[in-house]
Design a protein. Structure first.
Length: 70
C-alpha cells in the first residue's frame, strides 16, 4: 500500500492501524477471508466477480457505450 517504509515510529503505527481497519472492513463485507493458522488473507470467489465488475465500470468509456448502443 505504501511505496516506501517509514522511519518515523508514529507513522508506522498509523499505517499499521489503517491496514488493520481496511482488512476488517473487507472481512466485514465478506470480500476477504482469513486463511486459518496463518497471517494471510484470500479474496472470496464472489469478491473476485464483484471486483472485476467494478473495474469494468471504472474503465468503461460512456461515449463508446452510447455509440455501440445506437
Amino acid at each position: 500500500m505504501y511505496r516506501t517504509p517509514s522511519e518515523d515510529p508514529s507513522e508506522r503505527r498509523r499505517r499499521s492501524a489503517r491496514v488493520t481497519r481496511l482488512l476488517r472492513l473487507l472481512r466485514g463485507h465478506d470480500l476477504l477471508g482469513k486463511i486459518p493458522g496463518t497471517h494471510r488473507y484470500q479474496l472470496s470467489t464472489e469478491a473476485r466477480t464483484r471486483i472485476q465488475a467494478l473495474l469494468a465500470c471504472r474503465n468503461a468509456n460512456p461515449d463508446a457505450l452510447m455509440a455501440n448502443a445506437a
